[in-house]
Design a protein around this ligand. Structure first.
Ligand SMILES: O=C(O)CCC(=O)C(=O)O
Ligand SMILES: [Fe+2]
Length: 368
């Protein structure tokens, strides 16, 4: 084991294989028909592709998405400059009990340390996180600002510009997903129109002396509605294929984004679209960066299967739950209770008969 702290070592069955499968990768979807306002048939075809990808994989990759390459490059270069600094500098903006956003390097997934350091910031500022009750008028809601480092000075502007562009892509995808569920095109947008709690994260995976024993991020599903991820050309992301449970390597495609369905979308769609487990491998020679944005609704949102998608023949498969309650508990517990277990989203499935309180006591490390 040599230089790697045992806290990073994965159980044998969860260690990465180095000849991971690349064939039959996640679907690639060309978004040019919506960027260039195309014919109804082209849009319909796109909607079908989105439907199949969300249903069969929970993951897809988009090209010709409309996010300007210069905006992404600026963001990536500022991110690299930030992480290139000594750890004492980065810790000047570390997350703590006062503010859950900023720099962090001791995250665990399923009780095993991730081989990574992150910088988190909110998409909408200030973000309202409720403390005591979970209503829209919660007087005790804390308004968290983002913490920006002095160096590099351009990180803030580059990040804000990047988020602005990816948000446009997000709304287009939301429309396509709504249509693919036979809903009106703006059905899901309303959940994000005010006080969205979306989180942007820069993941930095340094080279690791034991990439066969540790993971950059252990296996997990994202808990929000939808994630849009930019990965660099190093590669490391693997998705668990639903059809046979094999881990599939997502080959980096220049200037593409990876899109994946989160647990909230699973509930809204009443299980039609279920997110897939994924993880990130590390390697011994090259550092790797990835930038996910986790799109989440307002904290007072009651997450439940959409009325249009349930009837007598298709009853609700999930208990409803309050996103703010989930969020407040997980954000606090992220740094206060390192030793409890992860929320597993299936805990909300009706047949499990578990309520939020049962699972909150097991929150450890929820990516929100
Ligand atoms: O780095 C990656 O490719 C995946 C990161 C991820 O899944 C996450 O941060 O939730
Ligand atoms: Fe993830």
């Amino acid at each position: 084991m040599g230089e790697v702290d045992p806290a990073f070592i994965q159980e044998l069955e969860h260690r990465p294989k180095f000849a991971a499968l690349e064939s039959q990768g996640i679907p690639q979807i060309d978004l040019s028909p919506i960027i260039n306002s195309s014919t109804a048939t082209a849009i319909e075809d796109l909607v079908n592709q989105v439907h199949d990808a969300c249903k069969n994989w929970g993951f897809f990759q988009v090209i010709n998405h409309g996010v300007p390459i210069e905006v992404r490059e600026k963001m990536e270069s500022a991110a690299k400059k930030f992480f290139d600094q000594p750890v004492e500098e980065k810790k000047k903006v570390r997350r703590d009990e006062e503010n859950p956003f900023g720099y962090y390097d001791t995250e665990q997934t399923k009780k095993v340390r991730d081989w990574k350091e992150v910088f988190d910031f909110k998409v909408e500022v200030p973000t309202l996180i409720p403390t005591s009750s979970y209503e829209s008028n919660d007087e005790h809601a804390i308004k968290y600002p983002n913490q920006w480092p002095h160096h590099p000075p351009e990180l803030r502007e580059a990040s804000e510009e990047y988020v602005k562009e990816v948000l446009k892509l997000f709304y287009k995808l939301l429309e396509l997903i709504s249509l693919s569920l036979n809903l009106t095109s703006n059905r899901l947008e309303v959940f994000f129109s005010k006080n969205q709690t979306s989180l942007a994260r820069i993941n930095h995976y340094p080279p690791c002396p034991a990439p066969d024993l540790a993971l950059g991020v252990g296996r997990h599903k994202d808990v929000g509605a939808l994630t849009i991820l930019a990965q660099d050309d190093v590669g490391g992301l693997e998705v668990k294929r639903k059809s046979d449970g094999e881990w599939i390597f997502v080959k980096p495609t220049p200037n593409s984004f990876i899109v994946n369905v989160g647990d909230i979308m699973t509930v809204w769609s009443n299980g039609k679209y279920e997110g897939a487990e994924h993880r990130a491998k590390v390697n011994s020679t090259r550092e790797r960066f990835s930038i996910p944005i986790f799109f989440n609704p307002a904290s007072y949102t009651v997450v439940e299967p959409l009325a249009e998608l349930i009837d007598e023949r298709n009853p609700a498969k999930y208990e409803s739950y309050n996103w703010g309650e989930f969020l407040a508990t997980s954000e606090r517990n992220n740094f206060k209770k390192p030793d409890v277990g992860n929320i597993e989203f299936n805990d909300f499935k009706k047949h499990d008969k578990l309520k939020l309180d049962d699972v909150i006591s097991r929150v450890e490390n929820v990516v929100i």
